[in-house]
Ligand binder design. Structure first.
Ligand code: SF4
Ligand code: SF4
Length: 137
């Protein structure tokens, strides 16, 4: 059988694996400001998508003798500083912040602690503000 082994130190709860799993074997649950991800321990499907998409390389698929137990990991979700909605794991945001900062050329990321919806609003506001001199009659 093929074991699905997840490294809890590397996994930051981004849910990329559960989103792409065609057999819905990786269960995701967000409740009360926490995210729970349950990994099956074994997967004999002809597939390796979860391993391929995992940003930190936390998933290993390999032949094993005994059946590994299912594993559930828990993550604290960060709350949006504007609307208060719990939107993404603290661990993922902290792991990805340096990469995103580098990708945008350094500097602070004032929108980093906002949920996607509020982030869109703030960015749209910035664009509107930048365009306002053009609109002035
Ligand atoms: S290998 Fe494929 S089917 Fe198995 S858990 Fe990962 S994504 Fe799902
Ligand atoms: S894709 Fe990787 S880091 Fe993201 S939740 Fe799955 S195992 Fe964890």
């Amino acid at each position: 059988m093929r074991g699905l082994i997840v490294n809890p130190d590397l996994c930051f709860g981004c849910r990329a694996c559960s989103s792409v799993c065609p057999a819905h074997l990786i269960a995701l649950r967000d409740e009360d400001g926490r995210r729970f991800l349950r990994f099956p321990g074994v997967c004999d499907e002809d597939c390796s998508r979860c391993q391929e998409v995992c940003p930190p390389g936390a998933i290993t698929l390999e032949e094993v003798a005994g059946a590994p137990e299912a594993v559930e990991l828990e993550f604290v979700l960060r709350r949006c500083t504007v609307c208060g909605r719990a939107f993404a794991p603290e661990k993922a945001l902290e792991a990805l912040r340096p990469r995103v900062r580098e990708a945008v050329g350094g500097g602070e990321l004032p929108w980093w602690d906002l949920c996607p919806s509020c982030r869109r609003g703030v960015l749209a506001g910035s664009v509107a503000q930048a365009a306002s001199p053009l609109a002035a009659g």
